[in-house]
Design a binder for this molecule. Structure first.
Ligand SMILES: Nc1ncnc2c1ncn2[C@@H]1O[C@H](COP(=O)(O)OP(=O)(O)OP(=O)(O)O)[C@@H](O)[C@H]1O
Ligand SMILES: [Mg+2]
Length: 254
């Protein structure tokens, strides 16, 4: 049975998508059968692999009605062992579509059930909100991984995220574990980045991964070339950081 990791932080631009795509690629390179689910209407994860015109059906079709299975939208990516369940902008209307449906928070969990034994690891990229889409991800997951950007106001909103985690644990998903917090966009030359790192460690203690993801322009460039960091710039610090993070994640879950 696959472990299912939601990558979430309602702050925008903290590295959720960069972490989801490159961590997924790192697991796939380690021969883990990996499924990456794009649960963000911005579809940035999907765009890292395919132009949107190539996507006919997406996770919206799976979550909005019960007639399409997740397996119908999952497709292989150019990275061996890595499959993608793509998103399209249509996902933005999911909340409106599911209003009043008693099973609204459980749609992804139900959709994943038949696929769980076909993968070792399932990663879910979420949008920068704590709305129904992110709730679906947290209800379906075994673990939560939180990227925190080493920037001013980094910790603002973390109370709301932890509050959501505890509410999800209290009812729909008592087994959900905080896998860890990863500091992203780290610039070791600045005092600010080191101060933020201390603040994050003071709050999250040993949940903070030893690996930090350094600022690396290659990580920013690679999606534009429809590549993960491991094919685009395998010798970059970005590739090394995500490879190390993947090792640390595997140590924590295995
Ligand atoms: N370690 C890094 N070094 C340099 N650039 C990075 C790094 N991580 C992310 N970026 C860039 O920062 C921007 C935001 O990253 P990303 O899209 O991963 O954040 P996000 O949390 O998914 O954003 P959103 O909340 O909008 O979904 C992107 O342009 C990305 O390429
Ligand atoms: Mg994103």
């Amino acid at each position: 049975m696959a472990i299912i990791i939601a990558i979430a932080n309602q702050k925008g631009g903290v590295g959720k998508t960069t972490t989801a795509t490159n961590l997924a690629a790192a697991f796939a390179l380690k021969k883990k059968r990996t499924l990456l689910i794009d649960l963000d209407p911005q579809a940035n994860t999907t765009l890292t692999f395919f132009p949107l015109v190539e996507i006919s059906h997406s996770v919206y079709d799976v979550l909005a009605d019960h007639h399409m299975a997740l397996a119908d939208v999952v497709r292989p990516t150019p990275t061996p062992n890595l499959c993608l369940a793509p998103a399209k902008i249509a996902l933005a209307k999911l909340e409106a579509t599911l209003v009043g449906q008693f099973d609204a928070p459980y749609r992804l969990k139900d959709a994943l059930a038949p696929c769980r034994d076909q993968f070792d690891i399932i990663l879910i990229d979420t949008p920068p909100t704590l709305g129904l889409i992110t709730v679906n991800a947290l209800v379906a997951s075994t673990h939560l991984l939180v990227p925190i950007q080493a920037a001013y106001y980094a910790m603002e909103g973390s109370d709301d995220l932890l509050d959501t985690l505890s509410r999800i644990r209290s009812r729909p998903n008592p087994d959900l574990k905080l896998l860890g917090v990863v500091i992203t966009l780290f610039d070791k030359r600045t005092n600010l980045a080191r101060d933020i790192q201390k603040q994050v460690c003071a709050v999250f203690g040993d949940k903070v991964f030893k690996t930090v993801v350094n600022k690396n322009v290659r990580l920013e460039e690679s999606p534009a070339y429809k590549e993960t960091i491991f094919t685009f710039a395998p010798d970059s610090s970005g590739a090394q950081d995500y490879e190390r993070l993947a090792q640390e994640v595997l140590q924590r879950v295995e």
